[in-house]
Design a protein around this ligand. Structure first.
Ligand code: FE
Length: 186
């Protein structure tokens, strides 16, 4: 059962829809592996490495209802919530909450860090408007009080860096033991 769950994630990574990623120079699978690798290199906890690796599962076919292309076309974006809901069958909040909040973390950083917006990729700057734009002062204070806000911000920063087509990548198998350890036991 546990191995079957991780196998389902492995299959998603290898699936056709993992091949394109919202106008970025890397595939979605490469982007996720790179985000996970950055979290690991930063010495993040296993749960946060899992969150980094899985933060965009809501873009994978069969998980989220909307594709990346629909998002780029200006359709409302729910991939963070859809990804977290899908993952909640397998993982606890230390994994699912940073995933659910990673788009909110972008809106938070745009509101609170002057240089952050300028560093976003063109595709990510574009989708910000679809996602609600920078947070208001009140929204930012409310966000900071959420239990997994810091983890979500950390995932967001690795996410933003993980668009380098030249990066050497671990394969999905590298992360399997970590995911299997963090899975919900039923
Ligand atoms: Fe991402």
């Amino acid at each position: 059962m546990i191995l079957a769950s991780v196998e389902a994630i492995a299959e998603l990574f290898g699936s056709v829809g993992a091949q394109d990623y919202l106008g970025e120079p890397v595939t979605l699978a490469a982007h996720l592996l790179q985000t996970g690798a950055l979290a690991e290199a930063a010495g993040a906890s296993p749960s946060l490495i899992a969150a980094a690796l899985l933060h965009d599962v809501g873009h994978l076919p069969g998980v989220g209802a909307r594709t990346g292309r629909e998002l780029m076309a200006g359709t409302d974006n729910h991939h963070a919530a859809q990804g977290a809901a899908w993952l909640s069958r397998l993982f606890r909040p230390p994994v699912t909450e940073p995933v659910r909040l990673h788009v909110a973390a972008k809106r938070y950083l745009c509101a609170t860090e002057a240089s952050y917006f300028a560093r976003l990729s063109p595709a990510s700057a574009y989708t910000l408007s679809v996602q609600g734009g920078p947070m208001s002062e009140a929204e930012a204070r409310a966000f900071e009080r959420l239990p997994f806000a810091a983890g979500a911000v950390a995932v967001r920063r690795w996410d933003d860096q993980a668009k380098n087509p030249e990066a050497a990548l671990p394969d999905f198998a590298h992360f399997r033991p970590l995911l299997e350890k963090d899975l919900l036991r039923r």
